[in-house]
Design a protein around this ligand. Structure first.
Ligand SMILES: Nc1nc2c(c(=O)[nH]1)N[C@H]1C(S)=C(S)[C@@H](COP(=O)(O)OP(=O)(O)OC[C@H]3O[C@@H](n4cnc5c(N)ncnc54)[C@H](O)[C@@H]3O)O[C@H]1N2
Ligand code: MOO
Length: 405
């Protein structure tokens, strides 16, 4: 059986980042830059006031204080969007508002709280150095500057920055298209009238949600019967997708057909030394990479987190690795067997401030309620010896609702 790391390496080797496409800025949230975002203007484009007040020549007001204000002559006004066209000479001041261009000749702004407006004069009650309350041109960025690097997962702040840089569109990696196919005679769609031995296909909807949460586009192909021809016909719906993910039918039973039937399947492997999730298929079916996940709901969820999420990340030009952290054990664990174990656990904060991971006492791979309640997976290496409360363990956090199976 393949070890988890080897399986992941073999899967990831089959994928590279998808080509770039151009998207309008409002659609760029959550997408990954395929090319750096380069400013198309300088920001601020001109020296601008950072306060409402008076634009002055700092040399004119050196002796100014609250008790002995210096009087200057008002020669005009500069408001945001309405610059003052003239120049400030000795003994002159211009009324100015936040964001407005600093008039020529002025080198500082005095806050209006320190000044007294006297009609065509202003009494300045504070001395300020040159540059006070002025944002110089290009303080934020300059035209041609790289603002966001290739590979950046775009946040709302990034969208705002790109807009400020006058970039109405961005070049991002195309979203991965993932076909999801459930299998099994017992599987019905949510909302279907259920027969006596039927199960609702929770896995497929969870996988579609997971794909969406990771920036992909999911195509739910429905449910294939435990019949090779039917399965192959349904799987043909994955043509043109970047990946076909199946759930169920991955094991050794007489009704488990995913491995045998997908037309032109080239099989890379079908078992991985992990629990849950041992029956795991990877190969190519009719030219489309196929990831065959086990049917047990927790197994499908855990395997999706470990193998599908990294693929989706790589296809979008992101680092593929799952994030991990170290926590202290909140309950003892027995020695592990020869498969890597991924135990569903809650996370809390210990008295010393360190995270504490407490595994659920029962770890059945059909218990979706525990997976939904879990905050993390504790990773136990093959042959790990028994562990006591307080021992340090590696965990994969399930943050951000990433795994909502
Ligand atoms: N003799 C062996 N038996 C099994 C082995 C093995 O190595 N030797 N592996 C076990 C393990 S581990 C797992 S996990 C399961 C997975 O098997 P399959 O991938 O073939 O899954 P199915 O048999 O089709 O279904 C298992 C279980 O999951 C339910 N299921 C299936 N699809 C869905 C769905 N879309 N939504 C919700 N639930 C689903 C299904 O009803 C079954 O209860 O095999 C063990 N057996
Ligand atoms: O993936 Mo199977 O449960 O290891 O339960």
């Amino acid at each position: 059986m393949l070890q988890v790391g080897e399986a992941r390496a073999r899967i990831l080797a089959a994928f590279t980042a998808l080509p770039a496409e151009t998207v309008p800025l409002p659609d760029a949230l959550g997408r990954v830059l395929a090319e750096p975002a380069v400013a198309r203007l300088t920001q601020p484009p001109f020296a601008a006031a950072a306060m409402d007040g008076w634009a002055v020549r700092s040399a004119d007001i050196v002796p100014a204080s609250a008790d002995a204000p210096v009087t200057l002559r008002r020669i005009g006004e500069s408001a945001a969007g309405h610059a003052f066209a003239g120049s400030v000479g000795a003994g002159e001041a211009v009324r100015i508002f936040t964001g407005a261009p600093l008039p020529a000749g002025a080198d500082a702004v005095v806050m209006q709280e320190d000044c007294e407006d006297a009609g065509d004069r202003v009494r300045v009650g504070r001395a300020v150095p040159a540059g006070r309350f002025i944002r110089p041109a290009g303080l934020d960025f300059t035209a041609g500057e790289e603002l966001l690097p290739k590979g950046r997962l775009l946040t709302a702040r990034d969208v705002a920055l790109a807009a400020a840089a006058n970039l109405p569109w961005l070049r991002v990696h195309r979203r991965p298209r993932v076909a999801v196919l459930a299998t099994g005679d017992e599987i019905a769609l949510p909302g279907d009238p259920l027969g006596p031995s039927q199960i609702v296909s929770s896995n497929a909807l969870g996988l579609c949600a997971l794909v969406a949460s990771q920036g992909g586009l999911a195509h739910n192909l429905g449910v294939a019967k435990d019949d090779p021809e039917h399965l192959a016909a349904m799987a043909a719906g994955a043509a043109g997708c970047d990946l076909l993910v199946t759930t169920g039918g991955a094991s050794q039973g007489e009704h488990d057909h995913v491995r045998d039937v997908l037309g032109g399947l080239s099989l890379d492997f079908y078992r991985v030394a992990m629990k849950p999730g041992k029956p795991l298929i990877f190969g190519t079916a009719s030219g489309v990479p196929l990831l065959g996940l086990p049917g047990n709901p927790v197994s499908t969820g855990v395997a999706a987190l470990l193998f599908l999420v990294p693929v989706l990340r790589r296809l979008q030009g992101l680092p593929a690795e799952n994030a991990t952290l170290t926590a202290r054990l909140g309950a003892p664990l027995k020695a592990n067997d020869d498969r890597t174990d991924f135990l569903r656990a809650t996370l809390s904060t210990g008295a010393d401030g360190e995270p504490v991971a407490t595994p659920f006492p029962r770890q059945d791979s059909a218990m979706m309620s525990r997976l939904a309640r879990a905050d993390a997976l504790i990773v136990r290496e093959p042959q790990a010896t028994a562990a006591a409360v307080g021992d340090r363990v590696t965990v994969i956090p399930l943050s951000g609702g990433v795994l909502s199976l």
